[in-house]
Design a protein around this ligand. Structure first.
Ligand SMILES: *Cc1c(COP(=O)(O)O)cnc(C)c1O
Length: 224
């Protein structure tokens, strides 16, 4: 199936109000253009340099989401154009994003990445750390960022019960903070679900899914 057909198949299988972020990491510009020509303009990348290269060579109405770990010293490279940073995992990073957003005279939308998986390797706040950040005076000083939601990744496992439990835990935390609304904090987006588990994630309350291999085929494999 073509990229366009894959996208169509996903689009018709999910509710209309779910935002589909097409994960373009490792994909060449020509393939990304196939998704763009099919009408998709929200793309996710996990590496700063790769996102920058693609930003420079692709149409300017694309909304670029950073979905991978962001080092503080690299924020400056994407601050002028990034549409949403989904992978905020420390106050220090948030302060750096704020600094460069200010330099660019803009407000940068962010999601807090919450660690819900069993795997050690995944980045993110645990619920206590996220709570501390939300309660902190430091957050109130950041005039050029806006936390608009949460992002989480489930454990890479065939155990569906576990995946469901993890998504439920994030949805519960999201719901507990939905009432809170300040100038730089209001939860409107719950980003959870990838190719393997977006159907489960949507059933558990996701509003945004990030899908790569179901669109482009498995990364690093040559398509048949
Ligand atoms: C790669 C990646 C995805 C997409 O994964 P697929 O399994 O290819 O759909 C989603 N979210 C994050 C954070 C990723 O790094």
């Amino acid at each position: 199936m073509s990229i366009k057909e894959n996208l169509h198949k996903i689009q018709v299988s999910i509710p209309e109000n779910i935002t589909l972020v097409v994960v373009t990491k490792t994909q060449p510009v020509e393939k990304i253009m196939e998704a763009y020509d099919a009408g998709y303009t929200i793309f996710g990348e996990n590496k700063v340099q790769e996102m920058l290269n693609k930003y420079e060579s692709l149409p300017k109405d694309i909304q670029w989401h950073l979905i991978g770990h962001l080092q503080t010293n690299k924020v400056k490279h994407i601050a002028s154009f990034v549409s949403l940073i989904q992978s905020v995992d420390s106050l220090k990073l948030l302060q750096e994003i704020n600094k460069h957003a200010l330099k660019n005279n803009r407000v940068i939308n962010c999601l807090l990445q919450i660690h819900i998986a069993k795997e050690e390797a995944k980045f993110g706040f645990d619920f206590n750390e996220a709570q501390q950040l939300i309660d902190s005076e430091d957050l109130k000083k950041l005039l050029n960022i806006r936390i608009i939601g949460l992002m989480g990744m489930s454990t890479n496992t065939d155990n569906q019960e576990q995946v469901i439990r993890e998504f439920k835990s994030l949805k519960r935390f999201y719901d507990e903070h939905k009432q809170l609304s300040t100038f730089n904090f209001q939860l409107l987006t719950l980003s959870m679900g990838m190719s393997a588990d977006y159907d489960i994630a949507i059933a558990e309350g996701s509003t945004m899914i990030r899908v790569g291999s179901s669109v482009f085929g498995e990364r690093g494999k040559i398509p048949a």
